[in-house]
Design a binder for this molecule. Structure first.
Ligand code: SAJ
Length: 406
C-alpha cells in the first residue's frame, strides 16, 4: 500500500492516478475539510479529467484520511514555501511529514519526496532527522527524491506522458520506485542519485524563468524606443536556433516564480544571471502599473476606479492565484496609495478582492481602460466586447485599433 502525504495540486492527482491503475492507495492530509470533501468524491480545484479520475480511483478503493498509515511506501508531496527574506527553501512541512512517517512506518520502508526542494535539502535537513530518530538510512528507511514536472492546466495528460527523474541512494530502490510510477507514466524515467534529482528540478524551472526574463527585458527595451517586441520576437524565432518566449505582466505560480530563488539563496555570489532574471520578472507588475498611468495620462483619464484588471490567476484557464502578477500589481498599487482598480476573473467565483466583479459585462461596463493580464479563453472569445474600450493588452491577444501593449 502507498500512503500519499499531502493532497494538493501534485499529491492528489498522483494518488488518484496510482489508485486508478490498480495500486492500493491511502491519501493523507491534515486538512479535515479536504479529506471529508475527497471522501465524498468532491475535488477542490479544477483540472480537465480530474472528476473522471476521482471516480475511477474511488471505485478502485482509494481512501482519504488525516492519519499517517503504517506501510512500507510513502510519497510526500507537501508544499515547500520559500523564505522571502533569505530566498531559501523552507523545508518545514517535509521535515514534519518525515517525522510523522517515522512514527508509523515499517522496517525497510521507502520514503519518496516529491515536493520541490533545493539541491542539498535531503542531506542537510532530512538525513540528520532520520538518523536522530534512530533509523539507519538504507536499512530501516530508504530515501528517494522524485520531483514532478506537471504543468497546472494540463496535469492529467502530463502525469501520464512526461518523462520523470528519480533520485535514490541505492539504484535498486530507485528502480523499485520507477516500477511504481511506470504503472501510469508512459514517459521515460531516469534513475539517478538524490543530489542530481534535486538539482535538475530547480534547474528546469530556472531555465524557464531566465528565458521569460529575457523576453520581458526585450519588451522594456522595445517600449523605450517604441519598437514592436512581438514582431521582433516572431522574426527572431524564424532563426533555426532561436526560440524566444513571450513577454508578459510578470511570472506567477508556485514554481517558476519561486524555485530559482533557491539557487540565488544558496549560491548568492555565483547565481548572478538568475538573480537579475528573477528581479526582472518581479519588476513586470510595476512596469504594467506605470503603463496604466502613462495611458491614462495620454487618454486624459483621471479616475483609477475606471480602470479594470482582467484576470487574477497566475496564468490562463486555471483557478490558481498563487503569486499571480495581478496580485503583485494590486499590492504595488496599495503601496503607491492608489487603490481603486476594478478586478474580474471568470475562474475566481468567491468574493475575495476589493472592487471585484463576477460578470464580464458588468465589469466592462464599469471601466474605460481594460488591462488584459491573463489570456483566459473567455476574453479571447469576447474580443468584440472591447471595441469601445481602451485596452492595455499584456498578452498580445487582442487585435483591435485601440490597443496598447506593455
Ligand atoms: N509566462 C510568461 N511568458 C511565457 C511563458 C510563461 O510570462 O512565455 C508566465 C505565465 O504567464 C505564468 C508563469 O510564467 O505566470 C509560469 O507559467 P508556466 O505555464 O510556464 O509554468 P507553471 O509554473 O504553471 O509550471 C511550471 C512548469 N515548469 C516548466 O515549464 C519548466 C511545469 O513543468 C512544472 O511542473 C511546474 O512549473 C512545477 O511544479 O515546478
Amino acid at each position: 500500500m502507498v500512503n500519499v502525504i499531502g493532497l494538493g495540486y501534485i499529491g492528489l492527482p498522483t494518488a488518484l492516478m496510482m489508485a486508478a491503475h490498480g495500486i492500493e492507495v491511502i491519501g493523507t492530509d491534515y486538512n479535515k475539510e479536504l479529506v471529508h470533501a475527497l471522501n465524498a468524491g468532491h475535488i477542490t480545484f479544477k483540472e480537465d479529467g480530474l472528476d473522471d479520475l476521482i471516480n475511477k480511483a474511488v471505485s478502485a478503493g482509494i481512501k482519504f484520511t488525516t492519519e499517517y498509515q503504517a506501510t512500507d511506501m510513502y510519497i510526500i508531496s507537501v508544499p515547500t514555501p520559500y523564505n522571502k527574506f533569505n530566498k531559501k527553501v523552507n523545508p518545514d512541512y517535509v521535515i514534519s511529514a518525515v517525522k510523522d512517517v517515522m512514527k508509523v512506518c515499517s522496517k525497510g520502508t521507502t520514503v519518496v519526496i516529491e515536493s520541490t526542494i533545493s539541491p542539498g535539502t535531503i542531506d542537510k535537513y532530512i538525513r540528520p532527522i532520520v538518523e536522530e530518530n534512530g533509523f539507519i538510512i538504507g536499512q530501516d528507511l530508504n530515501l528517494v527524491h522524485a520531483p514532478e514536472r506537471i504543468i497546472p492546466g494540463n496535469i492529467i495528460y502530463e502525469l501520464r506522458h512526461n518523462n520523470r527523474t528519480i533520485g535514490a541512494d541505492d539504484n535498486a530502490i530507485g528502480k523499485k520506485v520507477k516500477e511504481l510510477y511506470t504503472t501510469f507514466c508512459k514517459g521515460e524515467i531516469v534513475v539517478t542519485d538524490i543530489r542530481t534529482a534535486e538539482m535538475t528540478k530547480v534547474v528546469e524551472n530556472t531555465f524557464r524563468a531566465v528565458n521569460i526574463a529575457f523576453a520581458n527585458e526585450l519588451s522594456k527595451i522595445c517600449r523605450h524606443d517604441n519598437m514592436d517586441v512581438y514582431k521582433i520576437i516572431e522574426i527572431c524565432n524564424m532563426h533555426p536556433r532561436v526560440n524566444i518566449l513571450q513577454p508578459g505582466p510578470g511570472v506567477g505560480g508556485h514554481c517558476i516564480s519561486v524555485d530559482p530563488w533557491f539557487l540565488v539563496g544558496d549560491y548568492p555570489t555565483l547565481a548572478k544571471v538568475i538573480d537579475e532574471a528573477m528581479k526582472t520578472n518581479d519588476s513586470m507588475p510595476d512596469f504594467v502599473l506605470n503603463r496604466i498611468y502613462e495611458i491614462m495620462k495620454e487618454k486624459g483619464l483621471t479616475d483609477i476606479k475606471r480602470v479594470g484588471l482582467y484576470g487574477l490567476t497566475y496564468k490562463e484557464n486555471v483557478d490558481d492565484i498563487r503569486e499571480s502578477p495581478t496580485l503583485q500589481l494590486l499590492e504595488s498599487q496599495e503601496r503607491h496609495l492608489a487603490t481603486g482598480l476594478k478586478v474580474y476573473d471568470p475562474f475566481i467565483t468567491e468574493d475575495i478582492f476589493m472592487n471585484q466583479y463576477h460578470n464580464l459585462d458588468e465589469f466592462l461596463n464599469s471601466v474605460d481602460l481594460v488591462v488584459v493580464m491573463v489570456k483566459h479563453n473567455e476574453i479571447r472569445m469576447n474580443v468584440e466586447k472591447l471595441v469601445d474600450k481602451i485596452v492595455l493588452d499584456c498578452q498580445n491577444i487582442i487585435h483591435l485599433p485601440n490597443v496598447y501593449h506593455i
